[in-house]
Design a protein around this ligand. Structure first.
Ligand code: OSB
Ligand code: MG
Length: 379
């Protein structure tokens, strides 16, 4: 089996140089807290990798894992250690795109971390030649990317109804509600039932167990897609649930980190959330998208509350999923008081125009102001 198109294989021979890597941690305060089954979030701590070439070009890549190991095993301080101790030494002498991927593959797991390094390298190539891996791919694209909103847990149905109204006014193409066991109080459940948005969905972040089938059954009865109902590795519970209750419209998130896992999950899923960080970078993302095209799996690009740097890269990838109804790529002002791009990413009528993401420029002054730590790696 090989899902890598020849255009991408050819691009792997692209030359690259590396004189230093900068690992910069920035922290963006959020406009308001966000609650999910994972926890409460009030700011976004992001690791941004700056890849410096010998020609003086700088490419940016965002590591979008959380600061704690509560979404995946990766966390920001761990990512920094893995790059400093293991990845940076492996990059020595890796002078083509492919050699960098081979070096990265030596470290097992750490997908968000490796993805950030690859994105930074690809961005450096793109900034110096105008053509990165996505430009080389040769598939068709849309120039307006449809966007959905990920909505946290609410205290009650009234609060939730207010958020639904706001999101509908803003034009979001999908409303995705975080859920967890026991969350469907009568007021929450009746608000969800009354929601008339044509594209309603849920995200459990793996919080349902074998003891929570009755609670899950309530959400499943609304016949909406449910993202990651069971914990990663526990998807065997799906057939047990479906035997006892009803079919799940399942969309894996945390569960699928590799193409192999996707292949194993193909019969269980109705659609797929692809997070380029979670699957280990741009090359793996393209391979996974090719698999989805070949198997008619509806796929869309998920988010990790990225800053404008990660969002722009994700939106460009999303533009190749021409049939997707919505991607979790809300504009900067959905979360942050201040972002790091010169032109903040904005949404109009539920879509983001390619002018916002094709040539993002980092606002170095804002970037510096939001910086909380920096490590430079140089041979
Ligand atoms: O499960 O999709 C998720 C953010 C952090 C960790 C996990 C998830 C999310 C989101 C973010 O839902 C959506 C967004 O970035 O807009
Ligand atoms: Mg999710």
């Amino acid at each position: 089996m090989d899902f890598v198109p020849s255009s991408i294989k050819a691009f792997l021979n692209h030359e690259i140089s590396l004189v230093k890597l900068e690992l910069v941690v920035i922290e963006l305060p959020q406009i308001k807290p966000f609650r999910s089954a994972i926890g409460v979030r009030t700011s976004r701590k992001a690791l941004v990798i700056k890849w410096h070439t010998k020609e003086g070009i700088v490419g940016y890549g965002e590591c979008s894992c959380r600061p704690d190991p509560f979404y995946s095993h990766e966390f920001v301080d761990g990512a920094i250690q893995v790059i400093e101790k293991f990845i940076f030494p492996l990059l020595k002498g890796a002078n083509t795109y492919k050699k960098v991927l081979v070096a990265l593959s030596k470290a097992r797991g750490w997908n968000f971390t490796k993805a950030a390094v690859e994105f930074a390298m690809n961005d450096a190539i793109r900034r110096s030649t105008g053509k990165g891996m996505l430009e080389a791919w040769g598939r068709s694209q849309v120039d307006k990317v449809p966007v959905g909103i990920s909505l946290g847990l609410f205290e009650n149905g009234l609060e939730m109804a207010k958020a639904i109204e706001e999101a509908e006014v803003e034009g979001y193409k999908r409303l995705k509600f975080k859920i967890k066991p026991g969350y469907a109080s009568p007021s929450i459940f009746s608000t969800l039932k009354a929601c008339s948005h044509p594209n309603l969905s849920f995200d459990a972040n793996g919080s349902f167990t074998v003891d929570d089938f009755i609670s899950l059954q309530l959400f499943a009865s609304l016949e909406c897609m449910i993202e990651q109902p069971f914990g990663p590795g526990n998807s065997y519970l799906q057939s047990e649930f479906e035997e006892k209750h009803i079919k799940l419209i399942n969309c894996p998130d945390e569960e699928v980190e590799t193409l192999g896992q996707l292949i194993e999950q193909t019969d269980n899923l109705s659609e797929l959330n692809i997070k380029p960080g979670r699957v280990g970078g741009l090359f793996n993302t393209i391979e996974m998208m090719e698999y989805c095209f070949a198997h008619d799996i509806p796929a869309w690009i998920g988010g990790m509350f990225e800053t404008g740097i990660g969002r722009a890269q994700n939106l460009q990838i999303a533009s190749f999923l021409v049939d997707a109804k919505a991607h979790d790529q809300s504009p900067s002002n959905r979360y942050f008081k201040k972002d790091v791009l010169k032109t903040s990413i904005e949404m109009e009528d539920g879509v983001i125009d390619s002018s916002y993401f094709l040539h993002p420029e980092v606002d170095e002054k804002a970037f510096e102001e939001l910086t909380i730590s920096k490590l430079t790696l140089q041979n």
